[in-house]
Design a protein around this ligand. Structure first.
Ligand SMILES: Cc1cc2nc3c(=O)[nH]c(=O)nc-3n(C[C@H](O)[C@H](O)[C@H](O)COP(=O)(O)O)c2cc1C
Length: 320
């Protein structure tokens, strides 16, 4: 469908990175629904340099999910370049380096990383010239509209990144000060792709096929990033991918299908993290698989509050 560097992307759906959610199990679970590109959770460049064992786990990828991007964050070209070398040594099977320029969390921005880097496009350009020249892998970046309401400077940042040799750009249609609330503002991105020389993905409030159609129509982007809207609703990925390949609209998942998907994901997460850790994570995610079906409130509460083992998950689902 389109290419990032020499990597072919065969679906318009990009699985957006989400720290705490998009671990390998989640990415492998979502892939068969029609994901064109997966991205790891954001990984600290310094965490990799100090060979933090947990950080090394974050850069593990699978054959199934390919093409896959490893997403790094940092505040300095030299440390990011060192981290890229570590990724290349430790993992022979990934395709793209993505750099996080969108994270709004104070711990990250106070260190000058994540979306703090959007404040100065010229400096960003210099940094990316070095990063892009340091690796044979395609380098991509994920940005926001700007840091705050009075610095909506995505056009300057995109130009600086393109001049530096970037191969694709993802944009979250919110400012940093909006965090994750308020509406994604696609109206500001009208025809953006027509002003660019590299592929564009857009992100923000993609909860339905029509949200994806709308975002792509306004921006003319090459792909759309599915983030919170896909959690508990993997069928959304299938609906978007299928529509853009065939023009057909697929129905939403039935409750029975979603129960089956939840168990399937739980098993993959247990395999990755062990049962205890998997259940802790699932308390936040499992209820979302029951969203939108009538009469689910008590079961959602049970999943959120009393999941402790795989058997308890099965028991709750069987009771529905
Ligand atoms: C819990 C959570 C964690 C996130 N972690 C990352 C991350 O590690 N890297 C990144 O580039 N974006 C991250 N994001 C942003 C998403 O990729 C996406 O751009 C954002 O959620 C907007 O899309 P949505 O409104 O459809 O959820 C995160 C978002 C959420 C909700």
């Amino acid at each position: 469908m389109f290419k990032i560097g020499n990597i072919e992307i065969k679906s318009k759906v990009i699985l957006a990175p989400m720290a705490g959610v998009t671990s390998l199990a989640y990415r492998d679970f979502m892939k068969p629904f029609g994901v064109g590109l997966t991205v790891t959770e954001m990984v600290s460049d310094c965490g990799l340099i100090y060979e933090n064992k947990k950080t090394l786990d974050y850069i593990k990828t699978s054959e199934l999910e390919r093409p896959v991007a490893i997403q790094l964050f940092g505040n300095d070209a030299e440390t990011i370049i060192k981290a890229i070398k570590i990724c290349e040594n430790e993992n022979k099977n990934f395709d793209i380096i993505d750099v996080n320029l969108g994270c709004p969390v104070p711990k990250v921005t106070k260190a000058g990383s994540g979306s703090a880097l959007l404040k100065n496009p010229a400096k960003l350009g210099d940094m990316f010239k070095k990063i892009c020249a340091s690796t044979s892998k395609p380098v991509t970046a994920k940005i926001r509209l700007g840091y705050s309401e009075d610095s909506i400077n995505f056009l300057d940042n995109i130009k600086a990144l393109e001049d530096a040799g970037i191969t694709a750009i993802g944009i979250h249609a919110r400012t940093t000060s909006q965090l994750y609330s308020g509406k994604a503002r696609y109206e500001l991105l009208k025809d953006l792709r027509n002003m660019m020389s590299v592929p564009l993905f857009v992100s923000g409030d993609i909860y339905s096929l029509d949200d994806a159609i709308n975002a792509l129509e306004i921006t003319k982007a090459d792909g759309v990033m599915v983030a919170r809207g896909g959690v508990g609703n993997p069928t959304l990925v299938k609906q978007i991918d299928h529509y853009f390949k065939t023009g057909e609209r697929l129905p939403n998942a039935t409750l029975e299908e979603n129960k089956k998907y939840l168990l399937q994901f739980a098993d993959m997460l247990i395999e990755e993290k062990g049962e205890y850790r998997a259940m802790t994570i699932l308390r936040g995610i499992a209820p979302k698989f029951l969203d939108g079906y009538p009469g689910m409130k008590q079961y959602k509460n049970m999943l959120a509050q009393s999941l402790s083992t795989r058997a308890s998950l099965e028991r709750i689902l069987n009771d529905i």
